[in-house]
Ligand binder design. Structure first.
Ligand SMILES: Cc1cc2nc3c(=O)[nH]c(=O)nc-3n(C[C@H](O)[C@H](O)[C@H](O)COP(=O)(O)O)c2cc1C
Length: 164
């Protein structure tokens, strides 16, 4: 069963989670940024990762999720600056579940990811981001080793579901 782990990552957090997921999986497997994925027809299982941007799934990920073949086994993972479990962090994943609703989604994983100082500076000026920008401060050490260990456990769990 060939597995693809693909991700979109602006500042590197989602890439770290993608690497941890990839590390926990058996061969044959590939790890690729979304921009390098030409087709997914070769794979029996595809992990797709993205950061929350402006409460949503980034546009490039949105079109990728929509383009996936119906019935393909998938798993979604996400990083976000806001507090885990808050409505703000859940909404983007709910949106992704709808976008990939025609695939066979085996599970989802999310953890916090630090917000770069440049992004904090820009977001701090926008009233739209006020809600979560304050919360983002405590994301500064994430993803940490515990998050990455959770991501590896998620990968193993999804693999066992995919093999059933
Ligand atoms: C332009 C921009 C918008 C963001 N918007 C949100 C948001 O609406 N909600 C949130 O929880 N985090 C938001 N974040 C924080 C990112 O989701 C978080 O830092 C994530 O881990 C970044 O992942 P990356 O390094 O893979 O790009 C935003 C970050 C940026 C740069």
């Amino acid at each position: 069963m060939k597995i693809l782990v693909t991700y979109y990552s602006l500042t590197g957090n989602t890439r770290k989670v993608a690497e941890a997921i990839h590390e926990a999986l058996p061969e044959p497997k590939e790890l690729k940024p979304l921009s390098e994925v030409a087709a997914v027809t070769d794979y029996a299982l595809v992990f797709v990762g993205f950061p929350v941007q402006s409460h949503s799934v980034p546009a490039k990920v949105e079109s990728f999720l929509k383009s996936l073949p119906a019935g393909l086994k998938t798993a979604l993972f996400m990083t976000h600056g806001s507090i885990s479990g808050s409505r703000l962090s859940r909404e983007a994943m709910e949106q992704a579940l709808v976008l990939a609703g025609h695939t066979r989604i085996l599970g989802t994983f999310s953890c916090r990811g630090k917000v770069s100082p440049q992004a904090m500076e820009i977001l701090g000026r926008s009233p739209e981001h006020e809600l979560w920008a304050e919360m983002a401060v405590t994301a500064r050490n994430h993803p940490d080793e515990n998050d990455l260990e959770d991501a590896r456990a998620f990968a193993r769990w999804i693999l066992s579901l995919a093999r059933q």
